[in-house]
Each structure stands twice: as C-alpha cells, then as structure tokens.
Write a protein that binds this ligand. Structure first.
Ligand code: ITT
Length: 195
C-alpha cells in the first residue's frame, strides 16, 4: 500500500520507514517535490496533524498521513507541548540544542522531572475518511544532555524502564517503544484490517 507521509523532518521519515513493514510504501514530500513550509498554527496535536495531512491530501488526492509530536512536562504546565519545535525560539529556525538547554534550565530546581512524548497521526484515506492514532511513551528528563542518536529532545528523555536517554539507546530500542512506534502500529493494524 502506498502512503504519502506529510513531513519535512528527515529523521522522522527514517523512523517511520524503519517501523512500518515493507508492505507499506512510504513516499516523502521530497519524493513529491513539495518543499513549502506548512504552517502548524493549531493549539492541539490533533489540529496540527490534520493541517499537515489535509494540505497534502488537497494537493495530491492520495492516501496520506501526518505525525504531530511533542514532549509534555506536567510540572511545567504541559510545556513545551505543541510548541516543542519552537520552545526556545518562537521565530526563526528550529534550534534543538537551545530547546534542550532551555528545558534543563526550566527544571533546574524541580523535583518532578516526569515527562512523556506524544505522537498524534492523522491519516486521510483516498476516499476522504479521516482517522487519528495516538501514541505515548512515559519517562523522565535527565539532568544533562546525553547521547548523539535520534533528534529533538532525545538527548534528555529517559524512557521508563531504562537508565539511558533515547539518544543513547539508539534506533532499535526507540523504534520498539516510542510514542511514534505506538501510533504507527495502531495505524498499521487499522489499515491491515481494512484492506
Ligand atoms: P514535521 O512537522 O515536518 O513532521 P517537525 O520536526 O516540525 O516535522 P513536529 O512538529 O511533530 O515535527 O515536532 C515538534 C518537535 O517535537 C520537534 O521539533 C522535536 O523537537 C520534538 N520531537 C518530536 N518527535 C520527537 C522524537 O521522536 N524525539 C525527540 N524529539 C521529538
């Protein structure tokens, strides 16, 4: 089955291709020569996932999906949340290092360092049907940045049951237990049952 994945994040694309079985042929926006930025201005993960998927569906009229993800820290009132990409820098380019350092600083005197990653996938089928799939992984924020694998907040997120960050654990473990893997597996089960 062919699906267009509405993302400009090449690291996400690699994860998605590793997680989904090969019966799913994932076409990227680069494959489709679409390079424009999609403005994600909703205030929920579902809203932003819909904006991305709908933009691509309206353009190509083919089955497609988008993934809106972020890191939620309850002791910070849910920040960085839907604003995860631009937590340290509201305008201008996304700066992952600055985001990680800002979050470590915000938690400096905080005892509750619990957090979770969330992914909401919005799938739009060729017939226009819209479905959402949500995955989460719980964990804690480390005291410093550790590891160089993955992307985004992976260097400061330690999933429950492990002692190292996602950036230290690497793709094999992350893609087995991550927020993205959980949401993608739900989408996969839905599609396999339907078709
Ligand atoms: P697209 O919208 O083009 O898919 P994006 O990088 O903007 O790519 P999101 O809006 O979904 O993706 O993600 C917002 C931020 O959340 C992202 O910039 C990262 O900082 C963080 N993030 C998302 N998934 C992550 C993951 O698996 N590991 C670490 N950080 C992640």
């Amino acid at each position: 089955m062919k699906l267009v994945f509405a993302t400009h994040n090449s690291k996400k694309l690699i994860e998605v291709r590793e997680i989904l079985p090969t019966q799913f042929q994932i076409e990227s926006l680069v494959d489709r020569h679409f390079h424009e930025e999609i403005i994600e201005d909703a205030d929920t993960f579902n809203g932003n996932a819909l904006i991305k998927a709908k933009t691509i569906f309206d353009l190509f009229g083919e089955s497609c999906f988008a993934d809106d993800s972020g890191l939620v820290v309850p002791s910070l009132g849910g920040l960085p949340g839907v604003k995860s990409a631009r937590y340290a820098n509201d305008e201008g380019p996304v700066d992952h290092l600055a985001n990680n350092l800002k979050l470590l600083d915000a938690l400096n005197n905080e005892r509750d360092r619990s957090a979770y990653f969330i992914t909401v996938i919005c799938l739009i089928l060729k017939n226009g049907e819209i479905k959402y799939f949500e995955g989460r992984v719980e964990g804690t924020i480390s005291k410093s940045m550790q590891g160089d694998k993955g992307f985004g907040y992976d260097p400061i997120f330690i999933p429950n049951g492990y002692e190292n960050t996602f950036a230290q654990l690497g793709a094999e473990i992350k893609n087995e237990i991550s927020h993205r893997a959980r949401a993608l597996n739900m989408m996969k089960d839905y599609l396999v049952e339907m078709f």
